[in-house]
Design a protein around this ligand. Sequence first.
Ligand SMILES: NC(=O)c1ccc[n+]([C@@H]2O[C@H](COP(=O)([O-])OP(=O)(O)OC[C@H]3O[C@@H](n4cnc5c(N)ncnc54)[C@H](OP(=O)(O)O)[C@@H]3O)[C@@H](O)[C@H]2O)c1
Length: 218
Amino acid sequence: MTNDSNDTSGTATGTGPQRVAVIGPGNVGSQLVRGFARAGHQVSVGARDAAKAAELARLDGVDVLDPAAAAAAADVVVLTVPVVALAETVAGLGDLDGKVLVDATNAVGVPVPGGHPTVGAHVAGLAPTASVVKAFNTIGAEHLADGTIAGRAVFLPVAGDDRGRPAVVALAESVGFEVADLGGPEAVELVEDTARLWIHLAFRCGWGRDFGFGVLRP
Ligand SMILES: NC(=O)c1ccc[n+]([C@@H]2O[C@H](COP(=O)([O-])OP(=O)(O)OC[C@H]3O[C@@H](n4cnc5c(N)ncnc54)[C@H](OP(=O)(O)O)[C@@H]3O)[C@@H](O)[C@H]2O)c1
């Protein structure tokens, strides 16, 4: 549902409401759509089956489109598809030149495609003219619509291309996360390692899914 009252003129500068596309409204994508919409962003959902996103289409500021149209309508495009589907998905998004492309995926149980050191590097290779940033992959999907747990902000690391990071940091902060800007593409591995730690604690150590990382300060 389009909300014309949103002023999205600031777009991907990192200030104010942004035009965001979420590609793949599954567990992660649907929660991010809810969080971004609640924070006042203009959200286009890229769904290959619009019927599966019917509930999201009823939210203020949210439009459900095909993936290419959703990406075209946004300055920040968030990938929330399985890692094995990244190549096909990015190829279907059309011209991503100058857009911020956020990789929210994790290679769980599958190797990183193409022998890249990180999934983020794989995505950067798929979209060389986009500004690729890694984020939103370090906590379970159910906590992505609200960056807080029990009233406290959840730590969310972000790394990737210099040009795109400010918009992604602002986007994550608008949802409520305590964001750590880790720096350039060389720090993407740290973000993916953080996700591996979360997954290890959740499933190998028996913590379950209902937790996030936090920062203690005096
Ligand atoms: N689940 C979590 O807690 C969590 C947390 C952080 C990061 N992640 C990562 O986020 C990514 C998405 O996870 P998810 O749990 O949201 O997955 P999911 O629920 O299976 O959702 C995947 C979405 O991608 C779409 N998609 C587009 N092209 C696809 C293709 N070729 N094959 C399969 N799906 C395709 C699906 O569309 P259809 O509905 O039409 O199939 C669906 O909307 C994964 O890389 C995962 O590791 C997951």
